[in-house]
Design a protein around this ligand. Structure first.
Ligand SMILES: Cc1cc2nc3c(=O)[nH]c(=O)nc-3n(C[C@H](O)[C@H](O)[C@H](O)COP(=O)(O)OP(=O)(O)OC[C@H]3O[C@@H](n4cnc5c(N)ncnc54)[C@H](O)[C@@H]3O)c2cc1C
Length: 411
């Protein structure tokens, strides 16, 4: 039986990061992947959605570019080309990871693997492997609830939606987490009649309430129909009855109500990282867990940024205003429209909100162009315990969205 220092099941961000890090430390590594290297993130998640989202934003921007003195006629949309581009991006990035694994001399086994014990793995071809350490990074799958089971034709999962080669005329999106919001933006940018239904009181229920309310306002402005505190009661053919009595007849439904860790036996001695760990279901969390596991580099689990993409981006880290209820804290706020850069870019929607206690930032909530980059500055400040007064001494370039952070701190 071939022996390895480390066996990893699952070739997503958690698995391939662990493999590359361990190999760089000189360990003999075997990695099992039953479908496609890159996992959900590369093949069905982060990358494909962002590539389609980018095309949809471009489509919308081109239609609005007369504001900037540019007139474009005969704009044509070929969704199949957008899908083709998405597939090409996946292939290119996948080849990059595969090459990195090859160069690092990681043995990649393209088969389903099963854990026999904390030191033994068997693949679907019946081959056994002995490992000194075992990491299980088998990921998660779309969640469903009774009455909203995927039939993969009318009721689609976030996997199915990527297989569309044509845009529907209308769609109902159930669930307004990051996946629901991003697909709402994609479809509405492309002119698809989009309705979103959320069981919680506000859209994007995990966000700071002020952020959720701003998203609702933006959706209203963009004439995107949404229902909060509402669920799907009944589906008859394509007739959907909501809990508020409304009946809608969408061409498709995207059920984006969350993801569940894939079912695996939990054994002592085996390390479970990434989505399967049941902790935060984000690719960067999976990657940090892998680095922590292999290289022993700890990270702050309370400082994991969340980002929702599209225009404007939404990002946050740390405590929300509702978490600080009853506590003493300072709230600093600035509208993005106060920044010169936002006017140059036609991106005036949004705000930056920084919450601090005793001169230290405890949370930040941003709705703005480039929010995904802005939040990182806050994460670094929080991670390194940089006080608000110290940050005020930092020089921020002009005109940028970053200077919004600087301006905000003085409010
Ligand atoms: C639509 C969508 C958009 C997303 N957008 C973002 C985003 O913008 N940013 C972000 O941070 N996160 C995003 N995510 C979440 C992100 O994709 C996951 O958090 C991340 O992929 C988790 O990585 P992982 O390595 O734990 O698991 P996965 O990526 O799920 O990889 C697990 C791998 O294990 C393989 N596997 C499973 N069982 C076995 C077995 N028995 N043998 C061999 N192989 C096996 C699977 O085939 C899979 O390739 C998104 C997810 C979705 C669905």
């Amino acid at each position: 039986m071939e022996q390895f220092d480390l066996g990893i099941i699952g070739g997503g961000p958690a698995g391939y990061t662990a493999a590359l890090r361990a190999a760089s430390l000189g360990q003999k590594v075997v990695l099992f992947e039953k479908e496609s290297i890159g996992g959900v993130c590369l093949n069905k998640g982060c990358i494909p959605t962002k590539s389609i989202l980018h095309a949809s934003e471009l489509f919308k921007k081109i239609q609005a570019c007369s504001d900037c003195g540019i007139s474009v006629q005969n704009i044509e949309l070929d969704y199949s080309k957008i899908v083709e581009r998405k597939n090409n991006i996946i292939e290119k990035l996948k080849k990059g990871i595969e090459l990195a694994l090859k160069n690092a001399k990681v043995t990649v086994v393209r088969a389903e693997a099963t854990i026999k014990s904390a030191t033994e793995i068997i693949d679907s071809n019946g081959v056994n492997y002995e490992v000194k350490k075992l990491i299980c990074a088998v990921g998660s799958s779309p969640k469903t609830v009774k009455g909203l089971e995927f039939d993969h034709k009318f009721i689609l999962s976030s996997d199915d939606i990527l297989n569309l080669t044509d845009l529907p005329k209308s769609i109902l999106i159930v669930g307004s987490g990051a996946i629901g919001i991003e697909w709402t933006r994609i479809f509405s940018n492309f002119g698809v009649e989009t309705t979103i239904v959320e069981l919680a009181q506000h859209l994007l229920p995990l966000a700071d309430t002020e952020v959720s309310k701003r998203v609702e306002r933006i959706f209203k402005t963009n004439k995107i129909k949404f229902y909060t505190s509402t669920s799907v009661d009944k589906i008859d053919d394509n007739k959907v009855t909501l809990s508020n009595g409304e009946i809608i007849e969408p061409e498709l439904i995207l059920a984006a109500i969350g993801r569940q860790p894939n079912d695996v036996e939990k054994l002592d001695g085996v390390k479970y990282i990434g989505d399967v760990s049941g902790e935060i279901q984000l690719a960067h969390y999976a990657i940090k867990q892998a680095v922590e596991e292999v290289e022993n580099i700890e990270f702050r689990k309370d400082l994991v940024p969340s980002v929702v993409y599209g225009s404007p981006e939404i990002a946050w880290v740390g405590k929300r205003e509702q978490d600080l209820d009853g506590e003493d804290f300072k709230k600093s706020n600035i509208l993005v429209s106060a920044l010169g850069k936002s006017h140059c870019d036609n991106e005036t929607e949004g705000f930056i909100k920084i919450l601090s206690q005793n001169n230290k930032i405890v949370g930040a909530h941003i709705v703005s162009a480039e929010a995904s980059a802005l939040i990182q500055q806050i994460v670094i400040a929080m991670q390194n315990d940089i006080s608000v007064d110290e940050l005020k001494k930092t020089c921020f370039a002009h005109p940028t969205y970053s200077e919004g952070i600087f301006e905000c701190l003085f409010r």
